[in-house]
Design a protein around this ligand. Structure first.
Ligand code: AQP
Length: 340
């Protein structure tokens, strides 16, 4: 039995990390490192190859993302930080879960529908199977809580369904995880089109504010952000551009909605954009400074990731061995554990 609260989350090394990834996920990862938690955070490179990647670029991004996580406050003494493909149990458990996951459940996943629509027939079987690999990531560590952005809510619900189905078929094996989705910042929208989630894979250069963008670039991107033809500044979800800017402002400054609305009373969108840009520049400054230090020390990063993978394997391999035994895999497996 696990006495501490186990936390697991992952991030894909698929491009430049942006403030959506930070506010929706990474910042709360750092905040969840408390005495009563055991946190596992991984760079999910197996997930990244569900869409085509340049091998050299993928490896470089994997290291960059790991260094950003350290810079964002993930403390390798308090958390286990590792690269997913360094722990082979993830792929192995995913196969077992594939075989207990009904095909129909996966066909309902909206993220697959969105992403495969762009690639049509060329979409990989891996992209379709992405949520099952995500379930394996979570179940291997018997995670109680999974801090994610709102876009992952459906995948988390599927993970819970897969867990309950496996436990019903083979006996209590896995902890049923719960998503941890923030009320503010769980869905940051693109600056160019505030009706679309901010995403690493969008091509427009003004779409996302990246965590490593220099201050001038951040200011320019906010200056060009799409707003509307009205003038007053207030939190109104029907005005997605202004709402998104205000949400970003609130997430970085920690102010209440009332305080922000009072601050901008009688001011224009230009003032708002400048103020949000400054809040983000200041908010990201410590992360960017720490990143500069970590990125100059590849040996330290290697050591952190090697140690993280070794510590992750201890937990993951134990869970995998139990799952295999329960399913009846291997010559010496206990065939009696199936309870139906
Ligand atoms: N716009 C967002 N607002 C809040 N949270 C977000 N997350 C992603 N976008 C936003 C959260 O960040 C974590 C890591 O995401 P991911 O890299 O695993 O994949 P993703 O959700 O598919 O992110 P992207 O940026 O949209 O990447 P691509 O374009 O590669 O698909 C997750 O917890 C996610 O919820």
């Amino acid at each position: 039995m696990v006495s501490k609260v186990r936390v697991l989350s992952g991030i894909q090394p698929t491009g430049n990390l942006h403030i959506g990834n930070y506010l929706g996920a990474v910042r709360q990862w750092a905040a969840m490192q408390e005495d009563n938690t055991e946190c596992y955070y991984c760079v999910v490179d197996l997930h990244a190859i569900t869409v085509p990647q340049d091998p050299k670029e993928l490896r470089a991004k994997t290291r960059e993302v790991a260094a950003i996580l350290l810079a964002a406050g993930i403390d390798p003494k308090r958390s286990v930080l590792f690269v997913q493909s360094d722990v082979t149990a993830h792929a192995e458990l995913a196969w077992i879960l594939n075989c207990v996951t009904p095909f129909g459940w996966l066909t309902r996943m909206t993220q697959f529908k969105d992403k495969s629509a762009r690639q049509q027939e060329g979409a990989s079987a891996g992209l379709f199977d992405y949520p099952v690999l995500m379930a394996a990531d979570i179940l291997l560590y018997q995670a109680h809580k999974v801090p994610v952005g709102e876009d992952q809510k459906q995948h988390l619900e599927l993970t819970r369904d897969i867990t309950m189905r496996f436990n019903r078929l083979f006996g209590e094996t896995f902890t049923v995880p719960e998503p941890r989705i923030l009320e503010i910042g769980a869905r940051i929208m693109g600056l160019d089109d505030p009706t679309k989630k901010m995403s690493k894979s969008e091509a427009n250069a003004n779409h996302a504010v990246n965590l490593l963008d220099p201050p001038d670039v951040i200011r320019r991107k906010f200056q060009r952000a799409t707003t509307d033809s009205l003038t007053d500044i207030r939190f109104d979800e029907n005005r997605p551009g202004v709402f998104n800017l205000l949400t970003i402002c609130q997430s970085f400054t920690g102010e209440t909605q009332e305080a922000i609305v009072t601050r901008f009373a009688g001011k224009g969108y230009g003032d708002l954009k400048r103020a949000v840009a400054e809040a983000v520049v200041e908010g990201l400054r410590p992360l960017q400074e720490r990143y500069a230090v970590y990125s100059k020390d590849p040996a330290q990063l290697d050591a952190v990731l090697r140690d993280g993978a070794a510590r992750a394997r201890v937990v993951a391999d134990k869970t995998l061995a139990d799952a295999k035994r329960r399913v009846g895999l291997g010559a010496g497996a206990d065939q009696e554990s199936r309870v139906q």
